[in-house]
Design a protein around this ligand. Sequence first.
Ligand code: SI3
Length: 291
Amino acid sequence: QRDLKGLFSALLVSFDEQGNINEKGLRQIIRYNIDVNHMDGLYVGGSTGENFMLSTDEKKRIFEIAKDEAKDSLTLIAQVGSVNLKESVELAKFVTDLGYDAISAVTPFYYKFTFDEIKNYYNTIIGAVDNRMIIYSIPFLTGVDMSLSQFGELFSNPKIVGVKFTQADFYLLERIRKTFPDKLIYAGFDEMLLPATVLGVDGAIGSTYNINGRRGRQIFELAKAQKITEALEVQHVTNDLITDILDNGLYGTIKLLLQEAGVDAGYCREPMKKYTPEMVARAKEIYKKYF
Ligand code: SI3
């Protein structure tokens, strides 16, 4: 079994202007993450992959392309979560058959599910496959904010091996770290990689590593080696970049930056907006400033 620790890009997907998967561009993004960013792994089908706007067939196609391009060169985690639990189970089986190293599922969203319903959702997905599950916790998008004891209840299933923690609650992060030393924790906010690493996360999964993976690596390795002043310098530059990216539109700007680097990262899928000329011009300036 592959070690699941390390730095992961939450994989972007290239779409053409009509919103169809641009396979050639997707393969180029994967290659850039392997050859230039030197990621330890890819998190396929996450928020960054615009996954919740895609059909089941499109999700499967992306999982296939990622595995086919990456082969065994890095760790692959597939996000299969959906409010359609039957779809999640189908995708969990599909990616397990493809040889994905682990699966992950976002907490079910939109309806106000009870915790028992959430627990049943995780146990059902992971019960259907011989694989490992990483909880995807992102309360600011899902509205699901779990407590330490609720994480503990989910973690009591030995196949639930960790959490992707996209939250700024560092008190809760510290409590999870201390209480569950054997579970994996991934930092989900790239702008907080340094403090999360100091608190002992095992890895990080994020959107901006698709273009800024080398700085992410420096922060992660420096912080693990207790070189906090040096790590903070790189985090400062990274956060200037992330602030500029967020101001200009998150996923679209990362795609435009990749295009400046020669990668056919394409467009975002509607309802996400089309690029405006101002957005494209600003992305060129951002690229010159940081790369
Ligand atoms: O599932 C995913 O695509 C992620 O890994 C999401 C990741 O946590 C990102 N969050 C969102 C909402 O995109 C972060 O990497 C985030 O984009 C970054 O920290 C900038 O705020």
